[in-house]
Design a protein around this ligand. Sequence first.
Ligand code: HEM
Length: 563
Amino acid sequence: MDTQPAKSAARLYFTTAATSAAAALAFIVDAIHLRPGELSSKQIWFGVLLVVVALYTHLSLRAEHLYYVNMAKHGCAPPKRIRNDPMGVRYLLSTASAARQNVLLERRSELLHKMGHTYRNQMFPEWTMTISTDEPENIKAVLATRFDDWDIPYFRIQGFYPVLGYHSIFTVNGAEWQHARAMLRPAFVRNQLADLGRFDFHARKLLAKLPQDPSSKVDLQDLFSMLMVDTTSDFMFGQSTDLLGAADADSLTFVKHFDASMHKIAWRARLSWLTQLRPDRELDEYVRFMRSYIARFVAKVKAQRASLAADEAKAAAGGDRYVFLDQLIDTGEPDEVIRDQLLSIFVAGRDTTTSVLTYLFFELSRRPDVERRLRDEIAALGAENPSWEQLKGMNYLQMAIKEALRLNPPVALNSREAVRDTVLPRGGGPDGKQPVFVPKGTNVRYQPWCMQRRTDLYGEDAEEFRPERWETIRPTYVLLRCGWSELSTDMLTRLLSYEYVPFNAGPRICIGQQFALTAVAMTTFRILQAYKQIKRRDDKPLVQKLGVNLSMVHGCWVSMTPA
Ligand code: HEM
C-alpha cells in the first residue's frame, strides 16, 4: 500500500522531466536549424495543443501523487479506477448513451458489481474526481455519521437553479438549508398528516376519473401525477390546483412546462457547465411562465388574506392547519424565496410519489396474488373510512409499499460533494474492504437503485417484487411503525440499516416521507376497495426512465373491474 505514493511520484517526476527535455530539445533544434519566420496558424495550434496536453498530464499526475500521499497519511487504500479514460470523456459518452436508451441504472449496477461496489473515475466536464458507490457503509458515512463533510454538489446546484432558483431547499447548504427545513417542518407534523380526510378527498376525485367499464383501458401514471399535484398544492399552499376536477388552462400549461423543465434540468445536472455554452430559450420560456403563474397564485392568496378579517383568513386557509405558503407570507420572506420554495415542493412531492404509486400498481396489475392479499387485508379491516393508525397498521399494505420503494426508489441516484478532506469506510484495496481517502471537492455518486437490488444484501430473488421479504428483514420496520419525526437524529443513525434508503437518511432525510407514505396508502386503499380486479393492458416491457426521478417509459396501462 505504501508503495503507491512512491510510484506516483516517480511517474510525476519522470513525465515532467521528459516533457521539459522534449521542449528544450525542440527549442534548440528550432533555434539552430530552422529559419526564423512567421509561424503558420497550424503550427500555432499544434503548439497550443502540446502545451495543453503537457499541462493536463502534469496537473493530473500531480493530483494523483497528492492523492496517494494523503491516502497513505489517512491509512487508506485506493479504490478501483476506470482506466484509459483521460478527462472522463468516454465515461460521459457511455453515460449519455445509456441514459438515452433508458438502461443507465442497469449499466451502473453491472459496473458497480464488477468493480467491487465502489470505484473512482472522472466524468467530463467535471475536473474533479468522482467516487461511485452502492456500499451501505459509505452511504451511512455520507448521509449521517460524517454529514458535516458533505454538501449538495455544485453541479446539481448549477443544473437545478434555472428552474428552482438559488433559495430552494434542494440548492442550498448550511444555514440557509437549516432555515428552509425549519420552515417546512411544521407542515409535516403527525397530527397534520393524520387528517386523512384531505388525502381521501383527492383520492375520491381520482376514483371518479377511473373507468367503470372493464373493457376500456387507462394510464394510471398520468392520473397519479395529477393526483399528487392536487394533493400537494392543497396541503402546502392551502388551495388545490384541481387538475382532477376543473383546472384552468393556465394550470394545465404550468404542469406541461413543469414536466419539460424537469427533463431538461436532469440533463443539465449531468452535463454541468457544458449546457451553459448554448442558451436554452425553450427552458427560459417555460421558467418565465411558471414563475409568473406562481407569482399570480401568491398575489391572489395575499389579496384574499388582505381582504378578510384575521379569523376569516384563518378559516379560509384551513383553520388550525399549518399552510406552508401562509407561513412564508407571514414571516415576510421575499417573493423570490417564496417562489423558489413553492416550486421545490412540487419537485419534491409530485414525481416521487407518482413514481412509487405507478410502480406499485404496475406490479399489482401483473401479480394477482399480491393484489388478492391486499384486498383481503382491506376487507378484514371492515372500515369504510380507515383511521391513520389503521392504515399504518395494515402490515401487508405497508410491506407492498416498502417493496415498491426498494425496487423503484424514485430518487434512484444521488450525490454529494466533499467540503473537506474526508474518508469513506469501504471500497479501498483489492478486496474493497479498506477505507478510501476522499479529497475536498470530490463528488460521491451513491446509488440506492443499485444497492437495493444487490443479491448479496437481499438474496437471489432481489429483482423480484416480493412484499413478504419484509416479514423477515426489517431495517426500517421500527421507523415505519413509530414515525421518523419522533426519533432523534442520533437514534436514526443507530437504528437505520443503510441497505434501504429510498428517502435518504440522516439530517437531510426526506421531510415529506410520512406525507408520501400516507398518500400512497390511502390511494391504494381506495382503489382496491372500489375495484375487484386490475389487469395489465399492454405487453411492453418494464422500462424505468431516469430523470430527476424515476418514471415508467410506457406508463402503466390497465383495465379495471369495479367491485
Ligand atoms: C415516495 C415519495 C418520496 C420519495 C421517495 C422522496 C425521496 C427523497 C429523497 C431521496 C430526498 C433527499 C434528496 C437529497 O438530499 O439529495 C428527499 C428530500 C426531500 N423531500 Fe422527499 N421524497 C418523497 C416525497 C416527498 C413529498 C411528498 C414531499 C413534500 C410534499 C417531499 C419533500 C422533500 C423535501 C422538502 C426534501 C428536502 C429535504 C432536505 O434537504 O432537508 N418529499 N426526498
